[in-house]
Structures are given as structure tokens and as C-alpha cells.
Design a protein around this ligand. Structure first.
Ligand SMILES: NC(=O)c1ccc[n+]([C@@H]2O[C@H](COP(=O)([O-])OP(=O)(O)OC[C@H]3O[C@@H](n4cnc5c(N)ncnc54)[C@H](OP(=O)(O)O)[C@@H]3O)[C@@H](O)[C@H]2O)c1
Length: 335
């Protein structure tokens, strides 16, 4: 394969064209807010209902959602509000439930949604272990229901261009992937709490891990080095940093790093025998990359750096899959 003269265009369909589903949002935290805003502003998906542990929480979320988005999206219906997750999943008008609770609650809450017969999109990581994911997949499959992990990066136009470059062999033999994701958090953040399975492992690391598998295939051998967060950062003593070295079946090597102790470049690099792909930080969000051949030729990709406003791409992908009767569209990060 010779070095291309231009990059392929993303094949990602217009999110506005995705068939509108009626979404029920389970849990009203940081990501749920951004997810709902992205839906309201960039898709025809409807945030039909919101479930919280308290009715007050659901009402506050619904009111703030309408206040933030009414102008941007014209007429905006106020979601129905429920003071329990059980009541939310029982709403007969909800087509698909978006589970946005802390990591360790994904299993029970996704089970709840699937048990109520709903298509279910679960925030990453879908489970804390392969066995938890297996349980959910078995339940969804037994009931003929759609189940997807909300690994939103996988649905961004940027990564469709990268996928085409990989599939077309533009990089040659892919030898290695490097990716890091480090962020500074305040002491009050859930990522500092042991009871909420804090630390980088179930959170930030999911992105480098997803990316390495997405490029290299299954990782067959891995070793990790972990350091605890200092007590001054997390009195709970959650993991602070984790470095993973892994090998894929094809002989590729992954070098991955995640930390809650500070900001890192958050870039990703794929090294091939013919070219190197360098994804700008934050690599897992909408943004750009550079493809560079050994002789110095370069091609540059850019897309609007809209951060979490890009969450609508995964919602549109889920809507298309559900409407088409597919049972999954997920990219698994738990192994
Ligand atoms: N895709 C992304 O870019 C992205 C970014 C951030 C987080 N996430 C994922 O989304 C999930 C939620 O993260 P977040 O940052 O949104 O967390 P968060 O702000 O703490 O929100 C979590 C929500 O879960 C509900 N909840 C139920 N039981 C809870 C408990 N025991 N303690 C705390 N909250 C509880 C609460 O909603 P109610 O009070 O309404 O019940 C709470 O608002 C995580 O698994 C994370 O990995 C994804």
C-alpha cells in the first residue's frame, strides 16, 4: 500500500438522521447531564424520562435539562421524572435505558433495565469483570434485547477514518500502540472513593485499553504496575496510577498508562511498518490526528474539538442499531 494523497472521509451517518428513540436516563450525575445535552442539541433522540434515587433529584435534573437546552433545540419536552430506578424502567413509553451510575452499579442497574424488557446502553465499563459482562450479555441475548457499552469514542467520525486507514493497510504491519489518560481530580470526586471503585482502573484506563484492543485485537499477555494514590489525595487509598504492558496475538505491543494524580498529554500513537499515526490529546474525544510516513510525508485530519458534546454519536449509533433490530453495537473494554 502506497502512502495516500488524501485521507478517507468518515462514513459516520448524520446523527440527525438516526431514528428517534425514547430514552430513559438512569442516574443523574455528570455524564448523564452531558449525554442528555448532546442528544437534545445534535439528534432527534428524545429524553423521555429520568430516574433518580430521589424524586427531587430527578426533578432538578429535568428542570435544568430543559433550561439549558430549550433555546438550542427549539421546543423541548420536559422528561417525566421518577424517584426510583425501578419506576423509570417500568415506564412503558421508554424504548432504551441509559445506565449512568457508578461503575459497580452497572451490573444491577443494567440487569434491572434488561429485566424490564428495555434496550440498554451502559456507561463504561459495562462491568467490573468479564464475568459481570458475560452475565449481562447472556441476559440480553436470552431476552432478545439490545445491549451496548457506552464507549463513545468508538462512534466518533475520527475513529472511523482511523479504522479505514488500518483496514486499508496504510500503516503497514502494526507493531505497537501507546496511549495515556491522566487527569487531575478534586478530593470530593467519586474517583477518590474506594466504595465507588475509584482510581483509574475502571475509569480512565478503559479508553487506552479499548483503543489498544480496537487496533491490535485481543491482548493475550499483560503485566501491570500500580501505585496507590497518596493519602493526601485519596484518604481511601484508591489506586493512583496504573501502567500496563501487553502483547496481542498478532505480536503487537501495547504500552498504556492512566493516572488520577495529574494531567498527562492524553495522546495515542499507533506505530506501523509503513506509517505512524499520532492522535492529538485528548485522544478519546473528538479532535485531530496526523498520519506520517517515514519519508516525512504527512496527512492531517481535523474535526471540531467539541469534547463531550460529541456523546451524541454513540446515541445515534444505538438508535440505528435498535431500529434495525440488531442486538449489540458495543465495543467491550472489560476483560
Ligand atoms: N463516557 C464518558 O465520557 C464518561 C465520563 C464520565 C463518567 N463516565 C461513566 O459514567 C458513570 C457515572 O460517572 P459520573 O461521573 O457521571 O458520576 P456521578 O457524577 O457521581 O453520577 C453518578 C450518578 O449515579 C447515581 N448513583 C446511584 N447510586 C449511587 C451511589 N451509591 N453513589 C453515587 N451516585 C450514585 C446518582 O444519581 P441519582 O442521584 O440521580 O440517583 C449519581 O448522580 C461511571 O461509570 C463512569 O465510568 C463516562
Amino acid at each position: 500500500m502506497t502512502f495516500p494523497t488524501a485521507l478517507p472521509a468518515p462514513r459516520t451517518p448524520d446523527p440527525m438522521d438516526a431514528p428517534p428513540l425514547r430514552w430513559g436516563v438512569l442516574g443523574t450525575g455528570w455524564i448523564a447531564q452531558r449525554f442528555c445535552d448532546a442528544l437534545a442539541r445534535h439528534t432527534r433522540q428524545r429524553v423521555l424520562a429520568v430516574g433518580s434515587r430521589t424524586r427531587e433529584g430527578a426533578d432538578a435534573f429535568a428542570d435544568a435539562f430543559v433550561a439549558r437546552n430549550a433555546d438550542a433545540s427549539g421546543r423541548l419536552e420536559r422528561p417525566a421524572t421518577y424517584g426510583s430506578y425501578e419506576a423509570l424502567v417500568d415506564d412503558p413509553d421508554v424504548d432504551v435505558v441509559y445506565v449512568a451510575t457508578p461503575h459497580h452499579l452497572h451490573l444491577p442497574h443494567a440487569r434491572l433495565a434488561l429485566g424490564a424488557g428495555k434496550a440498554t446502553v451502559v456507561e463504561k465499563p459495562m462491568g467490573l469483570s468479564r464475568s459481570e459482562v458475560d452475565q449481562l450479555e447472556a441476559l440480553a441475548s436470552a431476552r432478545g434485547l439490545f445491549l451496548m457499552e457506552a464507549l463513545w469514542s468508538a462512534y466518533l467520525p475520527k475513529f472511523d477514518v482511523v479504522r479505514q486507514l488500518l483496514d486499508d493497510g496504510v500503516l503497514g504491519t502494526v507493531h505497537s500502540v501507546q496511549a495515556d489518560l491522566g487527569e487531575h481530580f478534586g478530593p470530593e470526586h467519586r474517583i477518590m472513593r474506594a466504595d465507588l471503585f475509584g482510581g483509574p482502573r475502571y475509569d480512565l484506563l478503559t479508553y487506552p485499553l479499548w483503543f489498544a484492543r480496537w487496533v491490535l485485537g485481543d491482548l493475550v499477555e499483560a503485566a501491570e504496575v500500580v501505585t496507590p494514590a497518596p493519602a493526601s489525595v485519596s484518604p481511601d487509598g484508591v489506586e493512583g496510577q496504573i501502567a500496563v504492558s501487553a502483547r496481542s496475538a498478532s505480536g503487537g505491543v501495547a504500552s498504556l498508562f492512566a493516572t488520577i494524580l495529574g494531567d498527562t498529554p492524553t495522546t495515542a500513537t499507533v506505530v506501523g511498518s509503513a506509517a505512524t499515526l499520532s492522535i492529538d490529546g485528548p485522544f478519546y474525544q473528538p479532535g485531530g490526528f496526523t498520519l506520517r510516513a517515514h519519508d516525512g510525508r504527512e496527512l492531517r485530519y481535523d474535526e471540531p474539538r467539541i469534547a463531550h458534546a460529541g456523546l451524541h454519536f454513540e446515541a445515534a449509533a444505538a438508535a440505528r442499531a435498535v431500529a434495525a433490530g440488531r442486538l449489540t453495537a458495543h465495543h467491550q473494554t472489560t476483560g
